[in-house]
Design a protein around this ligand. Structure first.
Ligand code: ZN
Length: 854
């Protein structure tokens, strides 16, 4: 071996040794991190200490040990360790960052501030030192807190960090957190997924993914949550996620137990104490609330997050006024705390304080253009500034300008009627004004209502004195009756105001659906074959736990059933215990008493109530379609006419068999044979609410025979069980007009317009009927609507409008309409004639402008 070679070997051996030592240290570090991730903080700390004695990368080990102390709330120990670490690692910004956290938790605001200034200095003047991945991650956290634009943080710090170390899962986590903080759930999910792929044993990735899916896909969210808990069954972010859910589900006891588990790990965990304060607030226990809030703040008295979180959760519980107060308190701690600002903006918009709400949203957007909620709100604010405002009789209605001319008056009419009836019934003077906003675009409705797109399936929402609604012209409103939706939402105004928003969702919904049915038996929800079988199969939720039925229902049908059942409970309570007692229950709730205590107190015990209601609902289900054989055939058994006949011979009065056979016969135009079946179905279940109800079938049979009067009668009955059946209504109107039944034409035209307010034929028939009845006020209104709907004969419609106006004494506007008519058809003789008549009349005087609304 030559000398050279010897040197070479010696060097190689040394390198190998160093390599294996660092490999060994790396493995130890990963083992320690795993202990940390799995929540074994004591073991992790022991390993840190022993490694530190060996002197391997002190920064990493110091950092991890401090994190162990912080995770378990050992602030003094953390502070002590930081002192030691700062001596041996004076240049570490990782340690400095932890020192800042520790100083805050210790209530040492001055030191915390000094550290921030130090950090700024270092990044500014010695930035080159911190360009490694860890350094960039600290800088990103710091920049995010200093409210640097999120896009800038991403571009300048995190994207370069990712390029440097694409396999470092911490970078992906940091980008996920940044996106999540800005409600960019798609981007958050992508980054968390990648982080998990690189490091499946860090529960932070799984909980991040759970949060990203929380609102869009509860099942996936749950799966991720469970993965996090499988790694660490006391993983605090996962437990807090569950606490949040339990509070939403009104399961406060369970939430309390979970909070205890968090505090066992970290007795000063701020979020846990904040949630405890929320529960105390909801339980009407101000002393406990104060203690919990004090504990949440701990020594860091200027922490804005505590009040922000308490307020946000209260707002989720519809306590917007209290929520807004909390956000204002958070902003006193830190006037620039953006999450509190945007939440306050939303709260204020829900309280009807638009001016301040929009202003705040704009402020947040100007500071933080990556904030999705703020961006959406600001865009919506611009859109809504184009809306028309109708301010009449204690209502401020905002809607699309054209729509407002088409049915704005009717909206106010329905609201006034609802206020008269419901205020009196519930002994409640509704505070004025009530704000109603009607959106032609579902997206705008969702942003105004939920802050984010989504919420399909909601027709309207009420916040107390603000109602938001999908316009009936929007596809999102489907074939619903918008008048019933408005009635329902206004009823929420009454009950929420009566209880100071202190009522469970199920009861508020139950009363609203119940009141729809009271106002019009054709509205609201009624028993369906499916509901009937759900009740018979024991799927009724006990009254004492009805809140749960609204949370995470397995499918939309179950949610609908929850509404139906809630309304049935209200009906039962009022029937059995009287309206007066029911009103007293609402008063009790207003004092902050929990719902089950109220029910127990006013009905003679909650267990008894559960039992009695189950009996009541069971009986109702049994009596619905009494005499019907409910045996369910296999689909193929009733797929053909012969199959049906065979089945029905063996199963007389079978619901499925009869309907299938009648349907097939009508399809084959064998109306004579279909008739007795349709008649039998009408006897068995006359109120069955569906487009193919027994009356609709009989209408088709009558039509096939040219029996106009018979068809009219059956269509009237059919549209009484299914008020939203626009096809039947459109068929009915010309028949009624043919028979000159003008009162009925008015009635059914209104019914059609209550589903589709821009239906041209509905307006046309309404106008014609009013003209025939010489009701010129009504005719003028209908014709005004028709002129806006691009009528077949625009000039003729204008002339008719002018005639109606003249007959109401409004000559000025009559003249105006005639001039517009002649602009469309300059040689229209009748219009010229009428204009001359008007001109020759010297007593030309105005009697109000119809366009200003009545
Ligand atoms: Zn509702």
């Amino acid at each position: 071996m030559s000398f050279r070679k010897a040197i070479w070997f010696a060097t190689a051996a040394l390198l190998l040794l160093a390599g294996s030592a660092s490999l060994f240290a790396q493995e130890n570090y990963r083992a320690a991190r795993k202990l940390f991730w799995s929540g074994k903080f004591d073991e992790c700390a022991r390993l840190c200490r022993s490694e530190m004695q060996f002197g391997s990368d002190p920064e990493e080990w110091f950092e991890l040990l401090i994190e162990c102390h912080l995770a378990t709330g050992q602030i003094a120990e953390s502070a002590e360790l930081i002192e030691t670490a700062s001596l041996s690692l004076p240049n570490s910004i990782r340690i400095l960052w932890l020192a800042r956290q520790t100083a805050r938790l210790a209530g040492d605001d001055r030191t915390a501030l000094e550290i921030v200034m130090e950090l700024e200095d270092r990044i500014r003047y010695r930035g080159w030192r911190y360009r490694d991945v860890s350094g960039r991650l600290v800088q990103a956290s710091f920049a995010l807190e200093a409210r640097v634009d999120a896009k800038l943080i991403l571009d300048e710090l995190l994207t370069p960090a990712r390029a440097m170390a694409p396999d470092d899962h911490r970078v992906w986590l940091a980008i996920g957190d940044l996106a999540l903080a800005k409600n960019d759930f798609g981007m958050a999910a992508d980054n968390y997924r990648k982080a998990i792929e690189l490091e499946p044993e860090n529960p932070a990735g799984h909980i991040g993914l759970a949060k990203a899916f929380r609102s869009s896909d509860p099942e996936k969210a749950n799966e991720s949550l469970n993965k996090a808990l499988a790694i660490n069954s006391a993983f605090i972010p996962a437990l807090l996620y569950l606490v949040d859910d339990r509070i939403s589900a009104e399961r406060y006891d369970e939430a309390g137990e979970l909070i205890e588990r968090v505090l066992e790990v970290n007795p000063i965990e701020s979020t846990a104490w904040s949630f405890a304060a929320v529960i105390a607030h909801l339980n009407n226990d101000p002393d406990r609330e104060k203690t919990c809030r004090d504990n949440a703040l701990g020594r860091w008295l200027s922490n804005p997050e505590v009040d922000h979180l308490i307020g946000k959760k209260l707002s989720q519980k519809y306590r917007f006024a209290e929520g807004a107060r909390c956000q204002r308190r958070a902003l006193l701690c830190d006037p620039e705390y953006l999450p509190a600002k945007i939440q306050l903006a939303n709260d204020l918009l829900r309280l009807g304080n638009d001016e301040e709400g929009w202003k705040l949203a704009r402020e947040v957007y100007e500071t933080d253009s990556y904030n999705v909620v703020a961006y959406n709100l600001v865009t919506l604010g611009d859109e809504m500034s184009k809306f028309s405002v109708i301010d009449r009789d204690g209502f401020i209605v905002r809607m699309d300008p054209v729509e407002s001319q088409l049915f704005g008056d009717r909206v106010i009419d329905v609201l006034i009627r609802a206020r008269e009836k419901l205020s009196q019934k519930y002994g409640m003077e509704v505070a004025r004004p009530v704000f109603v906003e009607i959106f032609p675009q579902q997206k705008d409705f969702a942003i105004r209502t939920f802050g984010l797109p989504g919420g399909q399936g909601f027709l309207g929402v009420c916040f107390g004195n603000v109602i938001t609604m999908n316009s009936p012209t929007s596809r999102a409103s489907g074939s619903s009756n918008w008048e019933s939706v408005l009635w329902h939402e206004f009823c929420h105004v009454v009950t929420l105001q009566k209880t100071g928003n202190k009522m469970p969702r199920w009861l508020s919904e139950g009363i609203s659906v119940y009141e729809e049915l009271q106002e019009n038996p054709e509205w609201g929800q009624v028993m369906t074959p499916r509901y009937r079988s759900m009740i018979m199969e024991g799927q009724l939720t006990p009254v004492s736990s009805l809140s749960s039925a609204f949370l995470a229902p397995p499918d939309p049908e179950h949610l609908q059933f929850a509404y139906y059942e809630s309304a049935l409970v209200v009906r039962f309570l009022i029937e059995r215990h009287g309206l007066e007692t029911f009103r007293l229950m609402l008063d009790d709730l207003g004092t902050g008493m929990p719902i089950n205590d109220v029910l127990g107190r006013r009905t003679g015990g909650i267990e008894l109530l559960d039992r009695e209601f189950a009996e009541y609902a069971g009986k109702l289900a049994q009596e619905t379609g009494k005499g019907i054989d409910w045996t369910k055939p296999e689909p193929e058994q009733i797929a053909t006419l012969n199959g049906c006949r065979d089945w029905n011979a063996r199963h007389p009065d079978n619901w499925f068999g009869l309907r299938a056979e009648a349907g097939l016969l009508i399809q084959n135009e064998n109306f004579d044979e279909a008739e007795p079946l349709a008649k039998r179905l009408a006897v068995l279940w006359p109120e069955y609410r569906a487009a193919d109800n027994a009356w609709a079938l009989q209408a088709l049979i009558a039509r096939s025979r040219g029996d106009v009067d018979g068809e009219i009668e059956m269509l009237i009955r059919s549209t009484a069980v299914l008020t939203t059946d626009t096809a039947s209504l459109r068929r009915l109107l010309p028949l009624l007009a043919e028979r000159q039944r003008w009162d009925d034409v008015v009635k059914f035209a209104w019914k059609l317009l209550a589903v589709d307010p821009i239906d041209k034929s509905g307006c046309e028939f309404l106008a014609q009927a009013f003209e025939e009845k010489a009701d010129f006020v009504g005719a003028a209104r209908a014709l005004r609507q028709l002129t806006l709907l691009d009528p077949v004969d625009p000039a003729g419609t204008r002339l008719r409008y002018a005639i109606a106006l003249k007959n109401t004494g409004d000559r000025k506007n009559a003249r105006r309409q005639l001039l517009e008519c002649l602009e469309e058809a300059p040689r229209y003789e009748d219009a010229h004639k009428m204009l001359l008549e008007l001109a020759s009349d010297e007593s030309l005087e105005s009697s109000g402008d119809p366009d200003s609304g009545r």
